[in-house]
Design a protein around this ligand. Sequence first.
Ligand SMILES: NC(=O)c1ccc[n+]([C@@H]2O[C@H](COP(=O)([O-])OP(=O)(O)OC[C@H]3O[C@@H](n4cnc5c(N)ncnc54)[C@H](O)[C@@H]3O)[C@@H](O)[C@H]2O)c1
Length: 331
Amino acid sequence: MNVLVVGGAGYIGSHCVRQLVAAGHRPVVLDNFVYGHRGAVASRVKVYDGNLGDEAFVVRTLRDERIEVVMHFAAYCYVGESVTDPLKYYFNNVVATLHLLKAMLDAGVKKFVFSSTCATFGIPETLPIHENLPQAPINPYGQTKLDIENALKALAHANGLSFAAFRYFNAAGASEDGTIGEDHDPETHLIPVAIDVAVGKRPHLQLFGSDYPTPDGTCLRDYIHVDDLSRAHIAVFDRLGNPGAQLFFNLGTGTPTSNREVIRAVEKVTGRKVKVVEGPRRAGDPPALFADSKKAQGELGWKVKFPDIESTVATAWKWHSTHPNGYADRK
Ligand SMILES: NC(=O)c1ccc[n+]([C@@H]2O[C@H](COP(=O)([O-])OP(=O)(O)OC[C@H]3O[C@@H](n4cnc5c(N)ncnc54)[C@H](O)[C@@H]3O)[C@@H](O)[C@H]2O)c1
């Protein structure tokens, strides 16, 4: 398939581009490099530098490249910033995405794969989080993703768009060969931050809350490897053949892992100590979030290759230890 990977120079998108090539597809990347990295995309993959909200540019790209499916990874994703600067999030994650969808309909491209998030569920009523739980985001970031999920339902009904919306839990890890990985600026994700502390790039790791009602008092999250996420995106292609298909899948390992367990895994894998400073809880952090991914497993034949935190951290370490300055080391 000819696949337009919007946000394909970012963390998850670039891993998906690799998996698409490995599966025999032809990915084309569209990214404005506000956060993406040239070095994350192999030179043989064509890259269009531009904004996904530019309809004329997107229509041209879709036609020129004979695109059959659009995968949409591009978004702003800092929860805290979405609270302080919601317009930035609504304009990029909602308005620009609506322009992208309009461009797709104009160009006659009707298959869409969307990066949604477990943040659309807010504080879940029950755990693990399955697809039928009510969605009630508690921050603008999660709301922007839910807004697009709802727009997609309407477009499926009215325009025959077929789509899959994947609600990721915590994306983690790096390519198994260690050549591409996570390089966010600022970096807020626990594994790369803990690795930074282990190698002495940061003085300590701030633990937000150690009095949660969880076994060791720290938050429980579900760390799903980026390559596992990517494989689900490709596995869904067969299901997008029916016009108007509306597919929702929660993607996680299903295993809750506490912040302290992540820190221990980083210490074990790196062989170094991670200095921790315990602080108060952060507003809006639910005690536990982990997925029920049985639907993806059953319907897509999706299997998690990295079920435990240590194997995922090991891939992250392979990337970070060989690229201490991220993609700056690859120029
Ligand atoms: N990382 C996670 O743990 C996680 C969890 C749940 C959901 N998600 C979702 O997955 C997607 C990818 O996340 P990521 O961590 O790879 O983010 P990222 O910031 O690494 O990648 C996003 C990419 O989109 C590009 N981009 C942003 N706005 C654009 C625009 N208007 N036009 C063109 N390109 C644009 C950026 O330059 C970047 O390369 C996001 O939609 C995010 O909301 C991520």
